[in-house]
Design a protein around this ligand. Structure first.
Ligand code: FES
Length: 371
């Protein structure tokens, strides 16, 4: 649909014989666009023109640099899980902020380059156009493309080698940066650490010297049996630096009534201490914190998609989209009477993943307990 019904619309043969500039002008006329002002920003080749080009190229080169840093960090940063007590934990903790910051900086700098290109290099123009509705005709689309390319020609993009190079570098880095997260899973081997691979290890794992990890409240207070009344539930964390922030570590500690009948899952006999049972707080659907405990029925509810798990039934899901029970943490008391984890979970915490339950041949102790 054209904006100027009085104009003679050329047929396809005539369009083919027209130059790009003629088609650009035709496009404006068809759209009812009038140029009120038009002109180069600077005299081509003048010092001001070169300064503007360097300014724009600087943004694109910075975008390319940050894109490259993002790719290198994504591939080479030692992002494997480090326990909270490890002195290398900060390296692990920096990984996510670094890839976020570098990718964010790449996009931001690329955007600044585009804005700067429009303000400093593209010809200055003020145009007035009447509104129209609906999709554009073929002729409008062709003439618009010609206009865009013609503007690029007039801005001298082709002759500005530095600008073209920096724009291609930034665009390339941004494109590769967008692909890297998709391809990353094919580059990294999540099982490189074998039995210590991050999906299977949480801060509840005993320290290398065998020290067992205490259960603490959010303020760091260690937990002992007398802190809980029968029928109550308490959220606890591993008592190690950063334990309360670890995404896979939050645990619900239940003190069930002593007359409760509880189903113990195969392979998890002795995981409880008396009437105390500890289950992961991380929903096995997509990882929200399971929080709402109904004491009478023994059900805990995940607020995200309403999965319910029954503590009396070994924390098996009884409603909602979750399909796996909440992993149980084996617990006991230490010499001072505080709760500790006897060892780490024996199954993966949180949402399912492809290899969950299908373990590599080298792994001799399957972590998935049978139901
Ligand atoms: S994350 Fe818990 S039900 Fe979806």
């Amino acid at each position: 649909m054209t904006g100027n019904p009085n104009l003679q619309v050329p047929d396809e043969d005539e369009l083919r014989t027209m130059s790009r500039e003629e088609r650009a002008h035709l496009g404006m006329a068809l759209d009812g666009v009038e140029l009120a002002e038009y002109g180069e920003r600077y005299v081509p080749g003048s010092p001001a023109d070169k300064h503007a080009e360097r300014h724009v190229a600087m943004w694109f080169l910075l975008a390319a640099l940050f894109g490259l840093i993002f790719i290198l960090v994504f591939i080479f940063w030692p992002a494997e899980y480090e326990p909270a007590y490890s002195d290398r934990q900060w390296i692990y903790a920096l990984y996510t902020p670094l890839i976020g910051l570098t990718l964010g900086a790449t996009i931001l700098l690329f955007g600044l380059g585009v804005v700067s290109l429009a303000k400093k290099i593209m010809p200055h123009e003020v145009a007035v156009q009447q509104r129209h509705v609906g999709m554009s005709d073929e002729v409008d689309r062709q003439t618009l493309a010609a206009q865009v390319l013609d503007t690029g020609d007039k801005a001298g993009i082709k002759r500005r080698g530095m600008l073209m190079g920096s724009l291609l570098a930034a665009g390339g880095a941004l494109g590769v940066a967008a692909l890297v997260p998709v391809l990353g899973g094919l580059i990294k081997n999540p099982w490189a650490e074998r039995a210590d691979s991050p999906l299977w290890v949480t801060p509840w794992a005993p320290a290398p010297d065998g020290t067992k990890v205490r259960m603490v409240q959010i303020d760091g207070t260690p937990v002992k049996p007398a802190d809980m009344t029968a029928g109550s539930m308490m959220t606890v964390f591993p008592g190690v630096p950063g334990g309360a922030k670890a995404s896979d570590a939050a645990v619900m500690l239940f003190r069930l009534r002593s007359d409760s009948v509880v189903r113990i899952r195969d392979g998890q006999q002795g995981f409880q201490f008396g009437d105390f049972y500890a289950f992961s707080k991380i929903c096995t659907h997509v990882g929200c914190p399971v929080s709402l405990y109904e004491q009478q029925t023994g059900r805990v509810l995940c607020p995200c998609h309403q999965s319910q798990f029954n503590v009396y039934e070994g924390a098996f899901p009884v409603f909602g989209p979750a399909t796996r029970p909440l992993p149980q943490l084996p617990i006991e008391l230490d010499s001072e009477g505080y709760f500790v984890a006897t060892k780490d979970f024996i199954e993966a915490v949180g949402p399912g993943f492809w290899e969950n339950g299908k373990f590599p041949a080298w792994y001799s102790e399957p972590k998935e307990a049978s139901g």
